[in-house]
Design a protein around this ligand. Structure first.
Ligand code: C2O
Length: 572
């Protein structure tokens, strides 16, 4: 009787349908110093769990994540879960001084959020100063149990994270640049999963190798965690099929090369050769650079290796090694074509819910500028001239980080002296944005927020400027995905351009490259109460002030309100 009962209890459990709600997953991320050697340079860097790059975090759509971050390093720290919508859980978003004060040495903070309506490749990174140079890792959201991908099931899934390696201490680099007003030193190498590969001196042993079997499909989860560079990526003698961008499925298309900006993620399917090719293949990445400043123009390489048949005679090391041809470093033509190919899948199961009506339209400029040299005793600066320092702005406001967290100030009703709720709808002084730049390149400074009522449908045009040179800017919005309804070159024309907007299947993402000397138009529904940072994901531009924040107010219903702050929220 008892065993029958036990059996029936078991079968009852087995027959239960998959829970509609997810499970809770616990992680502990210890932020520690860790010694790493690359290019024959050894340094102590800030790492996650003594790993570089950091460990992979995995969840399923619908799961709750409880991630305890413990700070064992001298630096203040905060972590951002890049691309996670953070519905009502803005306290867990992570940008320092925006949604939280940083976690101080010896302290910890439990990031608590649920993944709602998202699946795909995202990532996490430090969100304070330049610590994301070494503090980053993949954040992979699998579909719910039993829900297939809208493409053939891959044989294996492989994260490929691009990063930048600096022989010097990156905190010292940005500190120096902030003091002198000059451009920060560029990186010494790019990396794939932390490895620069054989094209650099003293680096051959640090090469990422992707070992594959013939006739199989691999899902590459590509993440650009580089600090300051958009990257082209290609695999010799292979094409890939792009199936997802920023954790949103796209209409699949084939390409030899992808372009990926810092902050963006791209999933591609790699179909291996049907039979053993007796060759190996370089997988290389190098920058797409449009600005006038110096940049790291080197190439990172990994190697695609086919598993050898049992009785293969040649040593794998002696096989011919093919090299891909990457676009030129300034190939804007390729960039335009590539971004035009990206369309939302927009299927019945994965519709593109593009806002069709717009409540508020905004026009922001994004670009560089200057501040006066602030040195005393006639000491010169190293900005564009020796009396100026580099700056960057949105609508000519170079955003100053407050010393108290914005979200806390808003929630507690004590925003006086912390921020001004008056970010301009349009640039205060209009000019020919992409024409001959104005003589006065000075920016203003402030902590200005754009306030939105709950559920406002927003259209935002971001216009690059030619001040100190036009440049492609990957703009990232926290707390939302947006639809890129239009893109173009020159000045946005409010009469003509909107007629060409794609309101059917535009790409949905969290980071968009505003074309160099052009504009991008996005739409999103402000259905997530909180304070949401928006900034250029080129870290140097963020540091210079190319950032602002949106404040989305609570809605009337209880489930339209920001959750209360957790008890362990760090204090400033
Ligand atoms: Cu990936 Cu605000 O950052």
């Amino acid at each position: 009787m008892a065993s029958w009962l036990l059996f029936s209890v078991f079968s009852f459990v087995l027959l239960l349908p998959e829970p509609a709600v997810g499970i809770t997953r616990h992680y502990t991320l210890d932020i520690k110093m860790h010694t790493v050697t690359r290019l024959c340079h050894t340094k102590s860097l800030v790492s996650v769990n003594g790993k570089f790059p950091g460990p992979k975090i995995i969840a399923r759509e619908g799961d709750q994540l409880l991630i305890k971050v413990v700070n064992h390093v001298p630096n203040n720290i905060s972590l951002h879960w890049h691309g996670i919508r953070q519905l009502r859980s803005g306290w867990a978003d992570g940008p320092a001084y925006i949604t939280q004060c940083p976690i101080q040495t010896g302290q910890s903070y439990l990031y608590n959020y649920t993944v709602v309506g998202q699946r795909g490749t995202l990532w996490y990174h430090a969100h304070i100063s330049w610590l994301r140079a070494t503090v980053y890792g993949p954040l992979i959201i699998l579909p719910k149990h039993g829900v297939p991908y809208p493409f053939p099931k891959p044989h294996k899934e492989v994260p490929m994270v691009f990063g930048e390696w600096f022989n010097a201490d990156t905190e010292a680099i940005i500190r120096q640049a902030t003091l002198t007003g000059g451009g920060p030193n560029v990186s010494d190498a790019y990396t794939i999963n932390g490895l620069p590969g054989p094209l650099y001196n003293c680096s051959a042993k640090d090469t990422f190798r992707l070992r594959v079997k013939p006739g199989k499909t691999y899902l590459l989860r590509i993440i650009n965690a580089a600090l300051n560079d958009e990257l082209f990526f290609s695999i010799a003698n292979h094409t890939v099929t792009v199936v997802e961008a920023d954790a949103v499925y796209v209409k699949p298309f084939e390409t030899n090369t992808i372009l990926i900006a810092p902050g963006q993620t791209t999933n591609v399917l790699l179909k291996t050769k049907p039979s053993y090719p007796s060759a190996s293949f370089f997988m290389t990445a190098r920058p797409y650079a449009t600005g006038q400043g110096t940049f790291d123009n080197t190439t990172v390489a990994g190697i695609l290796e086919y598993e050898q048949p049992k009785h293969a005679k040649t040593n794998i090391k002696n096989l011919p090694l093919f090299t891909p041809v990457l676009p030129a470093l300034n190939d804007t033509n390729f960039a335009t074509k590539f971004s035009n190919k990206l369309r939302s899948l927009n299927s019945e199961k994965f519709p593109a819910n593009v806002p069709q009506k717009v409540d508020r339209k905004f026009f922001f400029t994004v670009g560089l500028g200057t501040n006066p040299c602030n040195h005393k005793n006639n000491q010169t600066c190293q900005g564009p001239t020796n009396t100026t320092m580099f700056a960057a702005s949105i609508s000519n406001i170079s955003f100053t980080l407050p010393t108290k967290a914005l979200l806390q100030s808003h929630y507690s009703g004590r925003s006086d002296g912390v921020y001004s709720p008056n970010f301009p709808w349009n640039p205060i002084v209009p000019f020919n944005y992409t024409g001959t730049p104005p003589n006065n390149t000075m920016v203003s400074t402030g902590t200005n927020l754009m306030v939105l009522r709950y559920n406002t449908s927003v259209e935002l045009v971001m216009q690059d400027t030619s001040i100190l040179g036009a440049e492609s800017h990957p703009l990232h919005l926290h707390g939302f995905n947006f639809f890129v309804v239009g893109q173009g070159f020159g000045n946005f024309d409010p009469n003509k351009d909107p007629k060409k907007f794609n309101l059917v299947d535009p790409i949905e993402r969290n980071t968009v490259g505003v074309p160099s000397g052009g504009w991008a138009a996005i739409r999103f529904l402000a259905d997530n109460p909180g304070v949401w940072f928006m900034h250029c994901h080129l870290e140097v531009h963020t540091s210079w002030g190319l950032r602002m924040a949106w404040l989305v107010l609570d809605g009337d219903k209880p489930d339209q309100k920001l959750l209360p702050p957790p008890a362990d929220l760090p204090k400033c």
